[in-house]
Design a protein around this ligand. Structure first.
Ligand SMILES: Nc1nc2c(ncn2[C@@H]2O[C@H](COP(=O)(O)OP(=O)(O)O)[C@@H](O)[C@H]2O)c(=O)[nH]1
Ligand SMILES: [Mg+2]
Length: 360
């Protein structure tokens, strides 16, 4: 019998960062031949066992997914340190075809309780508490005993709630971007509530990406202030740091859940990010035309509280964050894997998934 290529299966992905949150997310990948499985994402670059390297993760079409730190322990285990977008982690997971095994031995209630300890906001805490007290289990049990029609209807309703709850459970990454001197850092400091980023009339002041967890209304958000975009003379050595800052800003925009493109009129054309981008005009105290704007317009210096309200409204509507919190005790799936399965599966598949979720 010839030895065909070994089928690599059962590659496990575990997240080491608590609760799947934070600016950096560390994933452990374990399984036979894990390095070979990762190779296509690395453009076949080899990182020897026992070493680490900064790598560019790319999709099949060559587009950049993320700059990551790769630590190779052995051919059976490696760690990836990614930037914190849930979408990015999901992409890596699906590209590698990993099985999702978030602590398989723990029950629904235990998993909800574990996440409760690190809940990012009050709505998230309330929602997780209800599931830790058994709301989701009770609904799964009810659905399992229902007719196919009722099962599908109930599963879709749960999936919709899971979708609405998503941004409370996984704080979105919101990036402030736009031309230099648009007031990005001034707005960032307002939202953070203290002087975190350097504000200056000198263009090119912000070079690194600055991060803070902030509250916008009831929603916790990971907010990033980036270097402004302006045309630079690439050859000028004194501008190279700023150039690198702009490069970084572009990368962060690409992996953000939402980009707020801040610009005083006339607006500099934003990058083509579609639904993940919202335009906001800034410095509107300087502009007599402000009444006629098609986009939300704010001035941090003239009306800071109004600016905060406007940004909160734009973020909530762009991400479709629900206005009303769930009633206490409402069953809500709190893991993406369950929400996805509930949204798409046929009755026979749903029944088997429910059985699986309920046995633990
Ligand atoms: N008139 C006015 N000036 C502002 C406003 N917000 C920021 N500035 C000023 O604009 C300059 C650039 O601000 P900064 O936040 O550093 O812009 P960034 O380059 O986009 O980060 C600074 O001198 C700020 O004080 C505003 O709402 N109105
Ligand atoms: Mg700045």
């Amino acid at each position: 019998v010839s030895q065909g290529p070994r089928v690599t299966q059962d590659l496990r992905l575990r997240e080491l960062t608590a609760g799947g949150r934070g600016a950096i997310r560390v994933l452990a990948l374990e399984g036979e031949g894990v390095c070979a499985r990762l190779a296509p994402l690395l453009g076949d670059r080899v990182v020897p066992a026992g070493t680490f390297a900064r790598v560019a993760l790319r999709e099949a079409d060559g587009s950049l997914l993320d700059e990551a730190i790769l630590l190779v322990e052995s051919d059976r285990r490696l760690e990836l340190h990614l930037h914190g977008s849930p979408a990015l982690v999901e992409r890596v997971r699906s590209t590698l075809g990993c099985s999702q095994s978030p602590e398989p031995s723990a029950s629904l209630e235990e998993r909800a309780e574990r996440r409760l300890e690190a809940a990012a906001s009050e709505p998230a805490a309330r929602l997780l508490l209800a599931q830790a007290e058994g709301a989701l289990r009770a609904e799964y049990e009810r659905l399992r005993a229902s007719s196919d029609d009722e099962l599908v209807r109930g599963a879709r309703a749960l999936a919709e709630r899971g979708r609405l709850a998503h941004w409370h459970l996984e704080p979105p990454r919101v990036v402030l971007a736009g031309p230099v001197n648009a007031g990005k850092s001034t707005l960032f400091n307002l939202l953070v509530g203290r002087e975190r980023a350097v504000v200056s009339p000198a263009p090119g002041t912000t070079r690194d990406v600055v991060h803070a967890r902030v509250k916008l209304g009831t929603l916790a958000v990971d907010l990033f202030d980036t270097a402004g975009i302006r045309a630079l003379d690439r050859a000028a050595p004194e501008l190279q740091v700023e150039q690198a800052g702009q490069e970084l800003a572009r990368e962060w925009c690409a992996s953000a859940d939402l980009v707020l493109w801040l610009a005083p009129a006339p607006a500099t054309p934003p990058p083509p990010l579609g639904e993940r981008l919202r335009l906001v005009h800034t410095l509107d105290d300087r502009d007599p035309e402000r009444e006629r704007r098609a986009f939300p317009s704010l001035s941090v210096l003239r009306a800071p509280e109004e600016a905060r309200r406007i940004v909160t409204g734009v973020v909530h509507s762009a991400l479709a964050v629900p206005r009303e919190p769930f009633a206490p005790g409402t069953p809500v799936p709190f893991e993406k894997e369950q929400t996805d399965a509930l949204a798409n599966a046929e009755p026979v598949v749903l029944r088997s998934r429910l059985a699986q979720w309920l046995t633990r």
